[in-house]
Design a protein around this ligand. Sequence first.
Ligand code: SF4
Length: 523
Amino acid sequence: MTDFAPLNDAVTFPSPEVPDEAGGIAEAKAADGAAPSSVGGGCHGGRAEMRRAAAVAGHSETLDRYAADYPSGPHDQPQSMCPAFGSLRVGLRMRRTATVLCGSACCVYGLTFTSHFYGARRTVGYVPFNSETLVTGKLFEDIRDAVHQLADPALYDAIVVTNLCVPTASGVPLRLLPKQIRGVRIIGIDVPGFGVPTHAEAKDVLAGAMLACARAEVEQGPVPAPRDLRTDRPTVTLLGEMFPADPVAIGRLLEPLGLAAGPVVPTREWRELYAALDCAAVAAIHPFYAASVREFEAAGRAVVGSAPVGCDGTAAWLEAVGDACGVAASAVTAAKTALLPTIRAALAANPIEGRITVSGYEGSELLVSRLLVECGADVRYVGSACPRSRWSDADRAWLEARGVQVRCRASLEDDLAALAEFRPNLAIGTTPVVQKAKQQAIPALYFTNLISARPLMGPAGPAALAHVINTALAGQHRFDAMKEFFEGVGTGATAGIWGHWPPADAAAAPPAAAKRRGESTPC
Ligand code: SF4
């Protein structure tokens, strides 16, 4: 067995010096026995080549399932962070869950760094490899040794092992790991960048794998009850990570229907998975959880899309939930009569004026846009890195009926083209979109940190959203002042450190803003 070396940050399971040919990883070799050409590949190694190697290595079934669950197009893949970050983050947020990555050191470094940047404060395990351990099967043995060492039931309910790009392309067969060791579940998932388009969808890869495991356990017999069993009403499981106040707000909206908010999936604890499955219906608040929906549907649960945002959204959602849970139509009408005036008043009290473009990769972009429109904003474009989905179709149709251009699987180019075309008063977007907007003195807000991180649902949504939006819109004069002050800095003759003066014609006309600042120019 390999020595276990716990570190604060990454745990490594060093490979032995002498490779062992007897590993259970025959699939890792190409059909001709040669080393898979994926070794040394990665984000920039060529998607087609990685896919071909993965297919040769026996991972066609997994990739075909991903292609069906997370369809690409209109282009191959949105620009996004490494997809594995999504599943890594889900695992790191769960209590009593250990996380082990297997991939190229540079990938693991980046993922570990990012997870700690976002405050994981949990150890990330790492099983390194080299081309010998990869092709001889020794890597699989190292992974198996690692999970055997980690599987302490006093500490863990589950261990999540994630194959990154190269081990996936090489066919490292995590499915051959034991399903349980001393009662600790072993969940092996492949999350290659060439098969899972976004980090959002990678969350579903892990959530779906855990739900499948939990569902199998439920079918075999009694399982532990949730620790915080707070209701005896039928529950609605909420699919998608959301601001912590939102499940509470949703619970209040469900009360008049005789229902309660159930667990949020991805869950924070293993036993919550059982409670999530034991629901009256599932609300796909985020629309990209295809594998998770498959598990809920296999358990006989109805799934409804969209979410209770704004007045129209809440009304439609209450009807859909009532229908899925068999609530009497009169009770749904009574609930709407009781709840909608409060939301309407909240919308009226928090108006937003201004032209806005929205883009992001969280999956809630269409919901945010609906709420913006109901607050009065002139939303022209919404782009989401997530695919078109039956769970967000109603939102898309609602927005398009109001003249909003909706682009699913939007690329950065789509988002920037919208910025150029619509010249918004405020751009909500990803980092490069925000950067581009600010360069043009357009106020901009980062979707993930500033929009996703506040309540959207029920009466609390309008006030929370309008506050941040209106504050940003009111900052236009600061952008104008900054643009005037910095005009010309970092471009042309003022870009970089020159070994020689720029050509005379480039330096001849000092930027107007430089003159205003009283700067001398190199001519
Ligand atoms: S694991 Fe992530 S960072 Fe590494 S090659 Fe794949 S997509 Fe890129």
